[in-house]
Design a binder for this molecule. Structure first.
Ligand SMILES: [Zn+2]
Length: 362
């Protein structure tokens, strides 16, 4: 009895100590206000802000990391920063940022209704032995490559520290995969928008439409004029996305949501994307304009009977959308503008086709 008790007391302490070291060494915290912090796991090639918010009704985290083990040290740093652990909600801005929900058992997870399907692959990867092995091998390969790169960094201590951070991140992810981790689906979902009333703070969750993912959600905090944009407004100069899943209602919705937050009557002091330094409201203008110009341009081209190649020439990124950078070949965003155009071409064709036109008589 005594043994069980002491082990029970000892184990959480030991686990906490491990997470505590990681929290101190590899998690960076930035205070935005009394109520809001940005936190991220350091690395040379990774920047994914999680947002901690304290309110009268408890703590809220916007987004989680790849898995529970890579999320727990961030949670711990935010606990310490605010001096409390009363987690009220976890919000996921989209499926890519939901892998660490399992670090928050018994805390309600709020997200768009499409998110559960979007994270099913995380369960499949763990239940299918072949996919699991492949995922572990891929993550282990990243660790190997980073270790090789670390040897070449030499005396640059700041860079080496970032690399140690990223190596630790992937090691923890491999541990989670090997042991199996819990994938927590949202427990509170919405289709259009949802408001969380937290006493002194309200958080307005707004579905952006399918684009970067199927569940892209913005979170607006009117009390501080903060707009958390997840992977929308990814970073300055990065094209927005129109995906294979996007429909006309998604494109229209994205334009309407951006219009809403570009209206001067809505207070937006800062725009906070997951993967970049804070932006300003005016950084949303080229994104809104991109959707609008692309939609108008594709519709006009189809009305005039142009081919998609002719439309691509007329709407070339280098000519019409100079606010956006063209990523180099091999970059995951290479060819994004062409993909956006192809998807919008399909969307507008479907839109102009009269209902039932797909049906053929036998
Ligand atoms: Zn994403």
């Amino acid at each position: 009895m005594v043994k069980t008790l002491s082990l029970g007391l000892l184990l959480p302490t030991l686990l906490l100590a491990g997470a505590g070291r990681d929290a101190d060494q590899y998690v960076r915290i930035e205070r935005l206000s009394d109520r809001v912090v940005l936190a991220h796991w350091i690395g040379p090639d990774r920047l994914c802000h999680l947002v901690g918010i304290q309110s009268q009704k408890g703590l809220v985290l916007i987004d989680t990391e790849m898995s529970p083990r890579t999320t727990t040290p961030i949670k711990e740093r935010i606990d310490r920063e605010f001096g409390r652990t009363d987690w009220a909600y976890v919000i996921n801005t989209h499926g890519h940022h939901a892998g660490g929900n399992g670090a928050f058992r018994d805390v309600p997870v709020v997200a768009h209704e499409n998110l559960a399907a979007e994270i099913q692959w995380r369960i499949d990867v763990q239940t299918d032995p072949q996919r699991k092995r492949q995922a572990i091998d891929e993550a282990a390969q990243i660790v190997t490559t980073l270790r090789d790169n670390l040897r070449q960094v030499g005396g640059n201590r700041a860079h080496a520290r970032l690399m140690h951070g990223e190596i630790r991140f992937w090691e923890l992810y491999v541990e989670d995969l090997e042991e199996g981790y819990e994938v927590l689906r949202p427990t509170l979902t919405f289709a259009d928008r949802h408001t969380l009333n937290l006493g002194d703070v309200t958080l307005e969750l707004i579905f952006f439409g399918k684009g970067h993912s199927d569940s892209d959600t913005l979170v607006y905090m009117p009390q501080e004029g903060l707009l958390f944009t997840g992977a929308i407004a990814y970073q300055r100069g990065q094209l927005p996305e129109i995906s294979d899943e996007s429909q006309i209602e998604d494109v229209r919705r994205s334009i309407a949501v951006l219009d809403e937050f570009l209206d001067p009557s809505v207070a937006v002091r800062r725009v906070l994307p997951s993967h970049s330094r804070p932006l300003q409201r005016k950084d949303l203008v080229p994104i809104r304009d991109y959707y609008q110009k692309m939609l108008a341009g594709v519709r006009a081209a189809q009305r005039e009977g142009l081919t998609i190649e002719q439309a691509a020439e007329r709407l070339a990124q280098r000519k019409v959308f100079r606010a956006f950078l063209e990523p180099p070949p091999g970059h995951w965003l290479y060819g994004l503008h062409d993909r956006n155009l192809r998807n919008l071409w399909r969307i507008c064709q479907q839109e102009s086709r009269p209902a039932g036109a797909m049906q053929t008589k036998n």
